[in-house]
Design a protein around this ligand. Structure first.
Ligand SMILES: [Zn+2]
Ligand SMILES: [Zn+2]
Length: 931
């Protein structure tokens, strides 16, 4: 069998279809992993990396005295499978294979993934031949040619990838631990540090500082308005920016008629067609369409996997000779781009445009297959169209402009106006993404006199440098050699998800700044791009087999030890600097009770707002658990309470803005206070004046204290406290009901659980017990469908029954047996005959009697007579001896309370028939046998 290993499941499927040609591909799922087979070939997809590199066991404890953060530098590493099912399947298939082809993506990362697969195969089949297929697009021609020209795995390329992996792990893990421990941060608050991440963050922080330190300068711009044949023209003073106000004023005063045309210069300008897309220029162009870097790459990868475009991770901006440009154009004929393609074919520029970077691994990004808007959907189409149009533009002629530069003299003050007209649109016909703005001047002749309609002196200020947009940052990272085409957008994504930066354009957060500052001050090797750029150079040498993996890693290790020398020396200062700078991050403003700072506190999954005056001041505000989103402080402040607003943020969902935590606290508790019958407006007001906002606070007070605050007597205060306790109980049950509904009714758009609970409450259903007795119509009114309603009712009844049985003292183990036997309600237990209960549950009849007794006592009902196990067994034998009675009939008779010959003989056939469903005639027959 020939086993082919692809990078992902989707590419495995496509490669199989392309290689199989007309033959049918059999898709089989083993576990959750698919394989695609035809002839004697089987194709299976990885999930990118299926193994990960981690430290040897023993390094998990961050606070270990032996395994300090520094010890991670020299710690041994192991490879661990992360996708066990895929690993197992590959090894199972490898044992049967006589040829294995690695068909992962063709770049450093893909080669490393390929090498990981290679090792998995080798571990179980040391002799099988393993080769490599390399392709830049998953199209019929590329795939066929790759499989006709199979080569070997490039171990030098994979070693470069491994080196980076090892160094990233070593730097990232040791520094992250060191900094987090120094700043006493753990759990979700750890401060991550990374080889590429930290210098990138430092760039954003530096830019922010530049902006803050920027001192704007005032300057003046002078212009005049004139016209010819009704067409307005604006001319600017040739001095450009006046930095001297006096000079600007003098020039303004000197600008007088006559305004004379002194010179007109016509020219032509070439507007070069754009160069082919590499990853960075693609991301920049996609960002103009409103796509983030990560999003653009995700979509491009998807288009690649489906054969619509070539491999999107490339540094190459020059089409290789081997790329069949005519073939690509032909592929695009016949679709939406037909007219544009035809135009390009007729007007082809002699040689396609070329950028500055040329590499041999992949061609620039270009279309690989035809697609339709319907097949791709909006976003994917947007990206595909951009890539198609860019490709067409690179084959199109340049655009040409005629330019006009006109000089004027206004009584000695020189002015100028420039115009431009598109002479031939060239590539702009097929690439509408950058606007061509024409400015057509009237025809002027030297010596001509014109009117001055207005003179304009504008005061302006120099602007600070702009913050980095994601795409701009990726460009700068590339210039500085930070990261690779494959990782840059991921690094930015990590900075955002770790809350070091926010917004687009990107701004550093307090934490982002604090960490960068501390590193800058004590170990700037980490924040400077130098070190990481050196590593990229070393990786090139490894790829060319000029340096070894171990050699480069050792050098990096040495460098990191030197960094730790400095860090450890200043451990205390680093920690203090970070803590000092970030304390502010959680501080909201003054506590209403004591004036100390209120601060957001995170404790595992729970979070709340507490007072820094604790334990003297116990004021606090609860917040929804962090599963709803992590609470952070935002810019706005409450004008009434002076507190910063709070927002819950969760990855992948829109943020939940709580606003002023105190306003929200008051509003959400007023309704609960109103549930207390004696609560009146003036009492609420007095409570609020004393910073008491919740029912539970009142319930926990001493009557004397409460009396003093609200101005009632001790008896009145006692009543209020009792009412508060009652209200708490009602609230507890309501919240239990809400949780119950949330568990059972699936969420759906436009039907929130809060809405359902509100509607039920309006109909008087405020707890689970009421729900179990509710009319299905009430549930329907709350927006729950028929099926959902009966499920909910049944679950509520089940829960209530279970509670009653538990309260009665039924042991949990037995309860399960009754439920399994279909005996769920307390009524069933009281009214069903003991022999029946025993046979249904397999519980000894004497034990059943004990259970029945406890339940009946609990419900105030009489307990039926006891039946011994021996009596039941004997009775059963007696019944089975009666001709015509079998096991099934005995069960039925049990239901009617008949368990032996005697009870059968005494029975009323009429009644027994109606309970058991056994025909009357048969019952008479049985009884006659006994008499
Ligand atoms: Zn306080
Ligand atoms: Zn407020």
């Amino acid at each position: 069998m020939h086993l082919i290993i692809a990078e992902k499941n989707i590419s495995a499927n496509r490669i199989a279809q392309l290689l199989a040609g007309n033959e049918k591909v059999r898709a089989v799922k083993e576990g959750s992993v698919s394989t695609y087979s035809f002839d004697n070939k089987t194709v299976v997809g990885l999930k990118g990396h299926v193994v990960e590199v981690d430290f040897e066991p023993g390094y998990t404890n961050w606070r270990s005295e032996v395994h300090t953060p520094r010890s991670l530098i020299d710690a041994g590493t192991v490879k661990k499978p992360t996708e066990k099912k895929i690993v197992n399947l590959i090894q199972k298939l490898s044992k049967k294979a006589d040829l294995v082809t690695i068909a992962t993506d063709y770049d450093t990362e893909g080669e490393l993934i390929g090498k990981e697969a290679y090792e998995l195969v080798r571990a179980v089949n040391p002799s099988v031949r393993i080769n490599r297929a390399r392709f830049s697009a998953i199209t019929p021609a590329e795939i066929r040619s790759a499989f006709e020209n199979l080569t070997d795995l490039d171990f030098a390329l994979a070693a470069a990838g491994e080196t980076r992996q090892a160094i990233d792990l070593m730097w990232g893990a040791s520094l992250t631990r060191f900094i987090s421990l120094a700043a006493r941060r753990g759990g979700r608050d750890i401060l991550s540090v990374g080889r590429v991440q930290s210098p990138t963050l430092a760039m954003i922080v530096d830019r922010e500082r530049e902006i803050e330190n920027f001192v704007p300068q005032t300057y003046w711009m002078l212009s005049l308005a004139t016209e010819k044949d009704g067409q307005p023209v604006e001319a600017r003073h040739t001095a450009g920016r006046f930095t001297d106000h006096e000079a600007a004023l003098a020039a303004e005063a000197g600008t007088k008629e006559p305004l004379v045309v002194t010179n007109v210069k016509e020219g032509q300008k070439n507007d070069r067609a754009p160069t082919p897309f590499d990853t960075t220029t693609f991301i920049v162009a996609a960002s103009r369409l409103g796509l983030s870097a990560a999003n653009a790459m995700r979509i491009a990868e998807d288009l690649y996997m489906n054969g619509y475009i070539s491999y999107p991770r490339t540094d190459n901006t020059v089409y290789p000779k081997s790329l069949d440009l005519n073939g690509v154009l032909e592929t695009l004929r016949g679709g939406v781009f037909d007219a544009d393609v035809a135009w390009v074919q007729q007007h082809r520029r002699p040689v396609p445009t070329r950028g500055k970077k040329e590499s041999t691994d992949h061609p620039p990004i270009h279309p690989a297959g035809a697609a339709t808007r319907e097949a791709l959907g909006q976003d994917r189409w947007k990206v595909y169209e951009l890539i198609v149009r860019r490709f067409l533009a690179t084959l199109s002629p340049d655009a040409t402009w005629t330019t006009t530069k006109c000089m004027f003299d206004a009584s000695g003050e020189p002015y100028t106006a420039t115009g431009g007209r598109l002479l031939s649109a060239g590539w702009r016909r097929v690439y509408p993404y950058s606007e061509a703005k024409e400015n057509i001047l009237p025809v002027f002749t030297p010596g001509e006199r014109l009117p001055i309609q207005k003179v304009n002196l504008e005061e302006k200020q120099t602007q600070p440098p702009a913050r980095y947009s994601q795409s701009r940052l990726i460009q700068v990272m590339e210039e500085l050699g930070l990261g690779t085409k494959s990782t840059r957008h991921e690094v930015i994504g990590k900075l955002v998800s770790r809350r070091y930066v926010e917004g687009n354009p990107l701004r550093p957060t307090l934490v982002g700044r604090a960490v960068t500052d501390a590193l800058d001050n004590h170990a700037d090797t980490i924040t400077e791009p130098e070190m990481t750029r050196t590593l990229e150079e070393h990786m090139q040498l490894i790829k060319q087999s000029q340096r070894s993996r171990d050699d480069v890693i050792d050098e990096s290790r040495e460098m990191l030890h030197r960094v730790f020398d400095k860090l450890e020396e200043h451990r205390k200062e680093i920690g203090e600097e970070i803590m000092e700078q970030t304390a502010e991050e959680h501080t909201l403003g003054p506590c209403p009770a004591c004036g100390h700072d209120l601060r957001i506190r995170h404790l595992g999954v729970s979070q709340f707002i507490g007072c820094t005056g604790y334990p003297e001041c116990r004021f606090n505000i609860s917040l929804p658990g962090s599963t709803w989103g992590r609470a952070i402080r935002i810019e706005e402040t409450c004008p009434d309470h002076g507190l910063s607003h709070v927002r819950l943020i969760r990855k992948g969902s829109p943020p939940w803005t709580i606003g002023c935590p105190l306003c929200s606290h008051i509003a959400s508790n007023v309704e609960a206070l109103r549930m207390m019958p004696s609560m009146a407006d003036d009492i609420v007001q007095r409570l609020h004046e004393h910073h008491i906002y919740t029912v539970s606070e009142i319930a926990g007070m001493q009557p004397g204290d409460l009396a003093a605050i609200v101005g009632v007597d001790a008896e009145g205060a006692g009543r209020l406290i009792q009412e508060a306790e009652d209200a708490l109980e009602v609230l507890r049950r309501r919240s239990e009901l809400r949780k119950f509904i949330r568990k059972i009714v699936p969420p759906r758009k436009g039907r929130s659980h809060a809405k359902i609970a509100r509607s039920l409450l309006e109909q008087g259903i405020g707890d689970i017990r009421a729900l179990s007795r509710a009319d299905p119509a009430a549930l329907k009114k709350a927006g729950i469908g028929d099926a959902g309603a009966s499920e909910l009712l049944e679950a509520a009844r089940g829960l209530c029954n279970e509670r009653v049985l538990r309260e009665a003292g039924m042991p949990a183990v037995s309860l399960k047996k009754y439920q399994a036997g279909g005996v769920a309600s307390p009524d069933d237990l009281c009214y069903l005959p003991i022999p029946y209960l025993s046979s249904k549950t397999g519980i000894n009849p004497e034990t059943v009697h004990k259970h029945v007794d406890t339940v009946c006592r609990h419900l105030g009902r009489p307990t039926p007579a006891k039946i011994s196990r021996v009596a039941l067994e004997r009775g059963r034998k007696e019944l089975l001896e009666v001709p015509g009675i079998g096991e099934a009939t005995v069960e039925r008779l049990y239901l009617a309370g008949i368990y032996d010959a005697a009870t059968l003989r005494e029975a009323d056939p009429e009644e027994v028939s109606s309970i058991s469903g056994i025909a009357k005639a048969r019952l008479y027959d049985y009884i006659s046998h006994l008499k």
